[in-house]
Write a protein that binds this ligand. Structure first.
Ligand code: ARG
Length: 218
């Protein structure tokens, strides 16, 4: 199972233990346990996660992946398990950018191959800087190398919380996105197994538990 463990709180490498942890990891482990299969996570950049699952190099991917029509053309998806749209983050001292509408002509940092990149490119006259991981985009934002970062709101909130004196989000969450588990096209049975397990976990209140553990900081 491929994942890009640079996206807190869904998948990150725990500095102390060097293990991949996060909401998605707990969720997929619980699914595997319910469905009765073994899981091995492979950590790789997000664009490679998508490419790897669409070429069936991996059976599946869990990586805060937004279900989109375009992606559905090359991979299968489980039922949605969480909602997370895009939000704009700027330096906390910024008074000029108050929402997505103020981004015309600006330089925007995003993670490569994400829906944030697609949204940034859709704004007129922007210079979009794609980064291998979003932490580098937030770092460049702090250093003034980009005017804003567009990313999934739970992840953006996490980075703002870590540096509230330097970063702030502005405006509303401006897209409606749902995360799904991506599955290799030739493994529809894995989608069925995942959906059955997912339903059971929702009914048992497990997803709500994972939210408390990983998302309550917001
Ligand atoms: N939800 C966004 C997308 O699907 C960003 C996901 C990035 N995930 C990650 N693990 N880096 O494009």
């Amino acid at each position: 199972v491929a994942t890009d463990a640079t996206w807190p709180p869904f998948e990150i490498v725990d500095e102390a233990t060097k293990e991949i942890v996060g909401y998605d990891i707990d969720l997929f482990k619980a699914i595997a346990e319910k469905a009765g299969f073994e899981v091995e996570f492979v950590n790789l950049p997000f664009d490679s996660v998508l490419a790897g699952v669409s070429t069936c190099q991996y059976d599946a991917a869990i990586s805060a992946i937004t279900i989109t029509e375009e992606r559905k053309a090359s991979m299968l998806f489980s039922d949605p398990y969480i909602n997370a749209g895009q939000i704009v983050t700027v330096q906390s001292s910024n008074t000029e950018i108050n929402s997505k509408d103020d981004l015309v002509g600006k330089t925007i940092g995003v993670q490569l191959a994400t829906t944030g990149e697609i949204e940034a490119k859709a704004i007129a006259d922007t210079t979009v800087k794609p980064y291998d991981s979003v932490d580098l985009a937030f770092l460049d934002l702090q250093n003034g190398q980009v005017d804003a970062v567009i990313a999934d709101y739970p992840t953006a909130f996490g980075f703002v919380q870590k540096s509230p004196d330097k970063l702030k989000t502005v405006g509303d969450v401006f897209t409606d996105e749902s995360y799904g588990i991506a599955v290799c096209n030739t493994k529809p049975e894995l989608v069925d197994m995942s959906n059955t397990a997912l339903k059971a976990l929702v009914d048992e209140g497990k997803l709500a538990e994972f939210e408390v553990v990983w998302l309550s900081g917001e």
